[in-house]
Design a protein. Structure first.
Ligand SMILES: Nc1ncnc2c1ncn2[C@@H]1O[C@H](COP(=O)(O)OP(=O)(O)OP(=O)(O)O)[C@@H](O)[C@H]1O
Length: 843
């Protein structure tokens, strides 16, 4: 049983309404509107610290991982202004603590349920709560009344209320505040009276037993009711230091799974809000949430919310992500009483599907795992063995709803707030009326009409309020004297709801609506059809044309791929482990592609096309089934309509799964191939570009060298002609004839007589020209790998020429023979030799 906190009641705790540390809002920040930016909104689970579950090292490292940068620009991210918002409601999406992905990786339509299924083996070890007191929870199933608790917000002023004066767990107004001094104040008695700021005892007292009931198969609802700023959100969501009921409940959910090796689970979460009598899906992209508000369909206790996004959660981390996203989309605003007042009713729902392990096919695969049994162990499921005998396996489905109602309030100074307040008050009033009628019906055994349909909130809660749920209500009150009227009204509401009779039943049947069971059945049928086809194949082959045979093999491929797909959806602890190894990206066949022969490539392409065709056929056939759905006449009974609706919802879900399979099986590998091919070719292209640039530089160098050579040749040619003219002149003067024969030496080479100096010079020039043949220069250069390493063209050749001639002037104004200059050592110029001889000649 829950513990009472009466000790805290006698010592009032000084109260300062808490604001999370990261909020810093002043009127200067928002001078005109007083808006609270979304980023400063205290998110339910805005930081890892808020979940105080001891996490595994792996989990911790995952928590500290930065959000993926890619998320910032996810296509289809929400636009800020699409959802109608209150003037002071911060814009959505952009300022949300997490960028809003168009598709969450936990979206039920995208998540591979093999990864989604949680059982005691796959729950993170760090999630285990060691605090479950099974003895304390043993009685939770027996109560057929609503569990009603009062939470008094701490105050710094003197409280107008006193508690546990004479009667335990009771509350009454201090006598000085009574209207008349003669009437004694009324004593209100409840299941729990809670005070203080500690959320843990509150959770233990009012919520834990209901969370366990939900895990055990009962629908359960926990909601907070009270005037604005009395502490509903603080109780449900809490803050960093004091996590509220929702995070604590989710921690216990995983702890329960961890401690229950006999069952396997599938958890799906949804998060919605009712704002101004319109239901918005807080997990859907805001654009679609606005254009497609959630509708309530069905009749009586059959309530179907559509379209409502459900996301599979497999860990506390997933839950936190879902909650953060939903919180970011909630409407809150500053009011006269609460800086961050919830302007809508919010409902966080967890659908819990589970079934016993170790029965049916499971037994063949490994039997019942050892470990502790279900806490609060219960007898075999009702109808289970009987239904199992007919080939079915019972699946248990329950829903845990955690509801933070908007606060009742007086008209405010802000027009928009007042309008919202009217809607809030109207729906709370309807809730009050519904509760009052239900209580009256229970007390007097009457069947008066209950106006569930007068508000979205009561219509949505109809099945639960009608009795098929465990309900816990926390009524929060502000103990200040200024709020006596509202607090009294809250206590009266609490008193009425206490009288409502409940009769929650577990739902554990061979449930054709449960995904787990549906898929198992379909696999069986498909396998049967496949084996029939395989048995008849040889006979058919003889009769059928090639074309028909191809069609037949395609049909068998379709069956096979569908079986594979569905088998993947149903998980056992064994397959979960197998699946862990397959998490990497599908291997790209790129490397093989480059080495494949054209024939092999063609084959690959053909098989890819075949796969695409198969998937496309499946999509088409499902679409056709959807179109060809039976039409009901308008006056058809409501139950028929509901049945049809459910069928259609299933078909849509199947369609989504096939499309997802299509994308995962084909889209991803093809994308991977394209990326790899592109990468490889871009690298090749870059390499080629670099080579070309190097060659261009080399070619430029070459051109420069050739140009230089050309100029040198021209100069040499000029010099040659000048020297030739000079030698001719010299010979013409006959000066060489009388010269004594010089001793042949390096400086004085022997003078060939015929032709004289002109002939020697001409021959010498010829041989030089030959050695300077441009072709030979080219070939040297061509052999060089890089222009940067080109050998310098021998400068000595040119220098020698100039050395040979710089002492000689051919200008008319100069003396014909130059004056003797300092001799050049090692100069072997024949010209110098000739001139040297002539230097001794008398002029
Ligand atoms: N038990 C408590 N201990 C400490 N602080 C509290 C407690 N209850 C409420 N508060 C503080 O009072 C302020 C208002 O609380 P809260 O927002 O939970 O009220 P509410 O009932 O949800 O209001 P509304 O209906 O306008 O959304 C918050 O700053 C919250 O931290």
């Amino acid at each position: 049983m829950a513990t009472s906190n009466s000790s805290k009641l006698v010592r009032p705790v000084p109260f300062t309404p808490k604001r999370p540390h990261f909020i810093s809002i002043s009127s200067e920040d928002h001078p005109t509107t007083g808006r609270i930016p979304r980023s400063t909104t205290p998110s339910l689970l805005g930081s890892a610290k808020k979940f105080k579950a001891a996490l595994s090292t792996e989990s911790r490292s995952r928590l500290t991982t930065k959000p993926r940068s890619g998320l910032a620009s996810v296509p289809g991210s929400p636009t800020k202004d699409l959802r109608p918002k209150t003037p002071t409601t911060p814009k959505r999406g952009s300022e949300s603590p997490l960028p809003f992905p168009q598709m969450s990786e936990m979206d039920v339509s995208r998540v591979d349920p093999e990864e989604a299924l949680v059982d005691y083996q796959t729950v993170e070890p760090g999630d285990i709560s060691g605090e479950l007191d099974e003895a304390a929870l043993a009685d939770y199933g027996k109560e057929d009344k609503v569990l009603v608790s009062i939470r008094i917000r701490p105050t710094n002023a003197t409280s107008a209320w006193q508690t546990a004066d004479t009667i335990p767990k009771s509350i009454k107004l201090n006598s000085q505040h009574c209207k008349t001094s003669t009437t004694a104040p009324q004593d209100f008695r409840f299941d729990e009276i809670l005070t203080g700021s500690d959320n843990k005892p509150v959770y233990n007292a009012v919520a834990r037993s209901h969370v366990c009931a939900a895990m055990d198969g009962y629908n359960a609802i926990i909601f907070a009711y009270g005037q604005t700023a009395s502490g509903k959100t603080f109780t449900l969501s809490g803050d960093e230091d004091q996590p509220g009921i929702i995070p604590r409940a989710m921690k216990d959910v995983f702890a329960y799974i961890r401690r229950t090796p006999t069952r396997e689970y599938l958890l799906r979460c949804s998060y919605l809000e009712i704002y101004n009598e319109t239901i918005h899906d807080l997990l859907a992209p805001p654009s679609s949430s606005v254009s497609q508000p959630v509708q309530i369909q069905g009749t009586g206790n059959n309530v179907i919310l559509t379209p409502l996004r459900e996301e599979v959660v497999t860990s506390l981390k997933c839950v936190r992500e879902v909650l953060q996203r939903g919180e970011g989309n909630r409407r809150t605003a500053s009011t006269d009483w609460n800086e961050r007042s919830s302007r809508s009713h919010s409902v966080f729902r967890v659908v819990i599907e589970s079934r016993e392990r170790g029965s049916g096919a499971q037994a063949d695969e490994g039997g019942i795992p050892s470990g502790r049994t279900t806490p609060g162990f219960r007898p075999p499921t009702p109808g289970g063995p009987r239904l199992q005998a007919r080939g079915g396996r019972s699946v248990q489905t329950s829903v845990l709803s955690l509801i933070d109602l908007a606060g009742s309030e007086k008209a405010t100074s802000d027009k928009e707030r007042t309008r919202e307040g009217k809607y809030i008050n109207t729906s709370l009033l309807t809730l009050g009326t519904v509760i009052a009628t239900l209580a009256e019906n229970s007390a007097k055994n009457k069947h008066d009409h209950v106006p569930f349909r007068n508000s979205k909130l009561t219509r949505m809660l109809q099945p639960s309020l009608s009795g098929n749920a465990r309900i816990s209500v926390i009524c929060t009150i502000n103990p200040d004297t200024g709020a006596i009227a509202e607090s009294t009204s809250t206590l009266l509401f609490a008193q009425r709801i206490k009288k409502v009779q409940l009769n929650a039943q577990k739902k554990e049947v061979v449930d054709t609506e449960a995904l787990l069971e549906r898929y198992r059945k379909e696999i069986e049928e498909l396998k049967k059809r496949l084996s029939e086809k395989e048995a008849g194949a040889p006979a058919l082959k003889r009769r059928l044309s090639a074309r028909e045979q191809l069609d037949e093999s395609r049909a068998m491929n379709d069956l096979n791929s569908r079986i594979r797909q569905l088998t993947k959806l149903i998980l056992t602890s064994q397959t979960v482990d197998e699946n862990k190894d397959n998490e990497s990206r599908p291997a790209s066949p790129t490397k093989v592609d480059f080495d494949m022969s054209p024939y092999q490539l063609q084959q690959e392409l053909l098989s890819a096309h075949r796969q695409i065709d198969t998937q496309a056929t499946q999509i088409l056939s499902l679409e056709a089934a959807l179109l060809a759905r039976p039409q009901l006449p308008p006056d058809a009974p409501e139950s028929e309509k509901d049945k049809l609706l459910t069928e259609q919802a299933k078909t849509i879900r199947e369609l989504e799964i096939v499309v997802r399979g299509y994308e995962e099986n084909l889209g991803e590998p093809l994308r991977a191939v394209r990326e790899d091919v592109e990468k490889e070719w871009i690298e090749k292209l870059e390499r080629e570009k670099r080579k070309r640039e190097e060659k261009e530089v080399w070619a430029d160098e070459l051109v420069k060298q050739l140009d230089k050579e050309r100029r040198t040749r021209m100069k040499l040619e000029d010099e040659r002609q000048a020297l030739a003219a000079f030698v001719r002149k010299f010979d013409a003067l006959g000066l060489s004839a009388g010269l004594p024969m010089a001793v042949p030496s390096k400086l004085n080479p022997p003078m060939p007589t015929p032709g004289g100096a002109a002939a020697v010079f001409a021959q010498r020039q010829r041989s030089r020209l030959q050695s300077m043949d441009p072709e030979s220069t080219m070939s040297t250069v061509e052999e060089t790998e890089s222009p940067m390493r080109l050998p310098a063209v021998e400068p000595s050749l040119l220098e020698e020429e100039w050395d040979a001639v710089d002492d000689v002037s051919f200008g008319d104004d100069k003396p014909f023979f130059p004056m003797p200059t300092k001799s050049r050592k090692g100069s072997h110029s024949p010209v110098r030799g000739i001139l040297g001889q002539k230097e001794n000649m008398p002029v």
